[in-house]
Design a protein. Structure first.
Length: 148
């Protein structure tokens, strides 16, 4: 099956994820982004959630439901989603970072599913828009980073 995503969307997804990582103040490259067979991303977070101290935490994204925080129960099991951003399918990286920080502060966000995802063409265009942006920081953003 041939992917519906072109080169600009691939670069855009990688840049988008890197900008989210920058917004979170994370170090290292503990992430992946993929577009085939479906679009998705995974970012390992450096701290555990206060209410789940026995589990590693990841920030995950997919083309159908957007961003979520998930627990890694063990290496053989699927991730367990504990909070879903549930706003826009591809929100601004700053929004993703704020969602993540609030979860670490104990604030529960939305757990609702996105019932009608946008048409794939719109997602491709939105991802492609990130293809030309710097992937280490958002230009003009002088805020100090807060690592999660």
């Amino acid at each position: 099956m041939e992917s519906e995503f072109g080169g600009a969307a691939v670069r855009g997804l990688h840049n988008y994820v890197r900008i989210v990582i920058g917004e979170l103040g994370l170090s290292g490259n503990a992430y992946y982004a993929q577009l085939d067979p479906s679009a998705g991303a995974y970012i390992a977070l450096e701290r555990r959630l206060p209410e789940h101290t026995g589990c590693d935490v990841a920030l995950v994204w997919n083309e159908l439901k957007g961003w979520a925080l998930a627990l890694e129960m063990d290496s053989a099991a699927d991730l367990l989603v504990v909070q879903r951003l549930g706003a826009d399918l591809l929100p601004a990286p700053r929004v993703v970072a704020a969602f993540t920080r609030k979860a670490y502060e104990g604030e529960v966000m939305s757990n609702r599913d996105i019932s009608s995802p946008p048409h794939c063409e719109a997602l491709v265009d939105r991802l492609a828009a990130y293809s030309g942006l710097p992937h280490t920081a958002i230009p003009g953003d002088d805020r100090p980073a807060t690592t999660v």
